[in-house]
Design a protein around this ligand. Sequence first.
Ligand SMILES: NC(=O)c1ccc[n+]([C@@H]2O[C@H](COP(=O)([O-])OP(=O)(O)OC[C@H]3O[C@@H](n4cnc5c(N)ncnc54)[C@H](O)[C@@H]3O)[C@@H](O)[C@H]2O)c1
Length: 308
Amino acid sequence: MADATTQHIAIIGAGLVGTGWSIVFARAGYAVRVFDAAVTRESLLDRLSQALDAMARYSLVDDVATILSRVEVVESIEAAVTGASYIQESVAEIVEVKRQVSAEIDRFLAPDAIVGSSTSGLPASSFTEECENRARFTVAHPVNPPHLIPVVEIVPAPWTDIDTVARTRTLMDNVGQAPVVLTREIPGFILNRLQGALLEEAWSLFEQGYASAADIDRTISHGLGLRWSFMGPFETIDLNAPGGIEDYARRFGPMFAGFAVDRRTSRWSDEGIARATAERRAALPSAALEARRAWRDERLMALLASFR
Ligand SMILES: NC(=O)c1ccc[n+]([C@@H]2O[C@H](COP(=O)([O-])OP(=O)(O)OC[C@H]3O[C@@H](n4cnc5c(N)ncnc54)[C@H](O)[C@@H]3O)[C@@H](O)[C@H]2O)c1
């Protein structure tokens, strides 16, 4: 497995997510070689500097200059992948692009190197089948931005070697991420299926007029989400009944099962989307979205700093 002193990490694709991955690995001490078909060295270093300076303000990193010095921008996939111990692919979410880039990575892969794809929803089996070293390809799906939100879903294709999964998990642990390992492929993996279930119910309540979008949001931001920033649903219910999870299931299971029975299928209706859009744009004009994203990232950094 990768040795922070002798082997480097390759980042293929340096948009939003690839930039974050560069920070994750450089912060952990790895030399990082980045290739992107369109991003220049100056623009990447500029984005990295801005992100790292913000992290330094929250004491999430110490030496910005040293971290930056570990990142090198190279001119080809070959230059990035040759000699790398781990390759994080973060190119556009288009299956044909993933297939072409995976084939190129495959050509230059060192004998013990492994590859993780950042794909949000494409199974690795849809773009690695033709790779000679397909047993060493897996999905390693982050949340944006990966340098501030540590969870990574590792999702093997049917032909991914179990050792590839184990080594990816160890690497992610070692660089400070929080790996979650799935036993097999499923659309949306775990995170987006959980997010999707919550969104289904949020849209359903909103479309039926039970509450405003702002009040539904407040239920999470000032309610459930406070606990969810440090524990998940199973631990939550284990603590919410005197006798633990089994007691909780006995007391409240029938109520929740009842909701499931009368839950209608989702519409994500045009009418509902138009109303939610009107409410959101009245609360936050489109021109202010970017500033609010920066505010969100500042809140995330403050939260991470509070966990230290
Ligand atoms: N943005 C998110 O919230 C998010 C979260 C998790 C995972 N992802 C996944 O991460 C991947 C990247 O997403 P993003 O949001 O960073 O997109 P992005 O558009 O910001 O970046 C994609 C980058 O890939 C580069 N690229 C495209 N084709 C290339 C090629 N053939 N060779 C080299 N570089 C190439 C582009 O120039 C661009 O810089 C996608 O698979 C996406 O689904 C995104």
